[in-house]
Design a protein around this ligand. Structure first.
Ligand code: ATP
Ligand code: MG
Length: 223
């Protein structure tokens, strides 16, 4: 059975019908890229999968659990973790504190040695270990995107949702993110990403989901 099943979901904002009876499924260990024109509803789909927005109807099942009435927090505890198009980092906390905050949402708790070690490992993985004491706001845009990925990894995701992971960033950090996504896939993680960069899509995706006028088409990426 698929890791995630989306069955007949519909969503309107007021008069604007984004989609009706949309269905698709995600298999474990695969990378999916969600494409579509501006305003077609890509970010909304990510918001629905993570519980930030509720679908008007339809069912979403993850690992045999129905997500429809679960909160974003409950959904993230099940292992569905996302980045945001607008990043949502805390600029006046350090790089390390941004990741620690994910591990324990309380600002003033005493961090355990295990947590510190875990965060150091994650920061190494995203190549930010040398800037761990810098403020979030001191990072380049590409580094900030890597930091949002570090925050995701701290949540131990099974399914990652990435909203524009490489758009607007320099080549070097783009390459790092590409390699990280390929590594995560090799570890059997499942990824659904919204991204427009063609080379990146080619080199990371197993499937492309094309959303247009409320209809989704799936095609295999043959590189
Ligand atoms: N919370 C909301 N309330 C009302 N309308 C919304 C809300 N979120 C999104 N919309 C509208 O729904 C439509 C789809 O938005 P969405 O952000 O999902 O598109 P997108 O495909 O991610 O676009 P982009 O490529 O620009 O990121 C847009 O017309 C947007 O204005
Ligand atoms: Mg969007």
């Amino acid at each position: 059975m698929a890791l995630l099943q989306v069955e007949n979901i519909s969503k309107s904002f007021g008069e604007r019908k984004l989609f009706q009876n949309l269905s698709f499924q995600l298999e474990q260990g695969k990378v999916y890229t969600l494409l579509g024109p501006n305003g077609s509803g890509k970010s909304t789909i990510l918001n629905i999968l993570t519980g930030f927005i509720k679908a008007d109807s339809g069912t979403i099942t993850f690992n045999d659990q129905i997500l429809n009435s679960k909160s974003p927090k409950e959904i993230s505890r099940l292992g569905i973790v996302r980045t945001f198009q607008d990043l949502r980092l805390i600029n006046n906390l350090s790089v390390k504190e941004n990741v620690l905050l994910v591990l324990d949402k309380k600002m003033f708790h005493i961090t355990s040695y295990e947590e510190y070690t875990k965060v150091s490992e994650i920061l190494k993985r995203v190549s930010l270990e040398t800037v761990e004491k810098n403020l979030g706001s001191d990072l380049s845009y590409g580094q900030q995107k890597l930091l949002t990925l570090a925050c995701c990894l701290a949540n131990e995701p099974k399914l990652l949702l990435l909203d524009e992971p490489v758009s607007g960033i320099d080549k070097e950090n783009q390459e790092k993110i590409k390699l990280l996504v390929q590594e995560l896939k090799a570890e059997d993680k499942t990824i659904i990403q919204v991204e427009h960069n063609r080379d990146y899509i080619k080199e990371t995706s197993d499937f492309v989901l094309y959303l247009n006028n409320g209809i989704i088409d799936i095609s295999q990426n043959n590189n």
